[in-house]
Design a protein around this ligand. Structure first.
Ligand code: CNA
Length: 249
């Protein structure tokens, strides 16, 4: 691999020349904001719980377990601030007037808080929750205290009579992706002249397919601490931290 500063210069040029940019971001985007990812050595699957916790059947049968286990993760996400990486993507859009679509697997809303405008949350968001009984949707702020305490959330906690279990508006394993959101992301990847993959192990489908939709001639940049299955196709590859690279850009 070339020296970091040489690769950064190449990335600057790719960004300057690009008109339509599509990014796929994952949990690695937010580790520098203090939110652990899934599959790193310090990730949630190594330190807190197994994948089954995010299975919809498990949630439906034991929602209390989900909220208990997720309490520290919720707290980390709610207290997190956008990092250099989130801010750099927003700046590329706003100051350099680039058309950027960010398809994010993250559920923490940090891209939007950094100022990015075209964010497609392909795995949903933890910023709202929906009652499984009456279908009412409420912002997380209605349950902030209970989320941090790891309590099972019920609709009546927000001053309503319905006693239904609240389900976070995230996509659990076993659930379908939001169709319109995913199609918007697909279109962006098919029309982009620059595709960037940032902080994802590319282990979760169909999101991991998005970079493969890029048209002939578009460039692929990957910034991920560890190897990904698409590294061999990348025009430019960084195994450094996202913040370290994007801060320079
Ligand atoms: P993952 O499988 O944990 O992969 C994360 C990748 O990021 C790993 O390959 C790491 O090596 C890499 N990485 C970690 N930190 C950095 C960094 N600072 N710079 C560069 N690379 C880094 O997570 P994926 O996103 O691939 O998996 C998809 C899941 C994770 C989605 O369904 C998410 O909802 C879920 N998730 C989201 C969050 C969040 O919203 N912040 C947190 C944890 C998990």
């Amino acid at each position: 691999m070339e020296e970091l500063n040489q690769r950064i210069e190449k990335l600057k040029k790719l960004l300057k020349d690009a008109t339509h940019i599509a990014c796929l971001t994952g949990a690695g985007m937010s580790t520098e904001s203090g939110v652990p990812d899934f599959r790193s050595s310090t990730g949630i699957y190594k330190t807190l719980c197994s994948e089954e916790v995010f299975d919809i059947d498990n949630f439906n049968s034991h929602p209390e377990e989900f909220y208990k286990i997720m309490a520290p993760i919720y707290a980390a996400m709610l207290d997190a601030e956008p990092n250099e990486g989130h801010k750099a993507l927003a700046r590329i859009e706003q100051e350099y007037k680039k058309d950027i679509c960010i398809a994010t697997q993250n559920i923490d809303a940090l891209h939007q808080r950094a100022g990015s405008r075209n964010v497609q949350e392909v795995h949903g968001s933890m910023m709202s929750l929906t009652c499984k009984t009456c279908g009412a949707t409420l912002p997380y702020s209605a349950f902030d205290k209970q989320l941090r305490a790891g309590e099972l959330l019920r609709h009546n906690m927000a001053g309503n009579q319905c006693h239904g279990v609240m389900k976070p508006d995230i996509v659990f394993y076993g659930e379908g992706l939001p169709m319109e959101v995913f199609q918007t992301a697909e279109n962006a990847f098919m029309s982009a002249d620059l595709v960037m993959v940032l902080g994802t192990s590319l282990a979760v489908y169909p999101a991991a397919e998005l970079p493969r939709l890029r048209k002939n001639g578009s460039k692929l940049v990957i910034i991920n601490r560890t190897e990904t299955p698409l590294d061999y196709e990348a025009d430019l590859l960084f195994h450094e931290n996202i913040g370290e690279v994007l801060r320079e850009v």
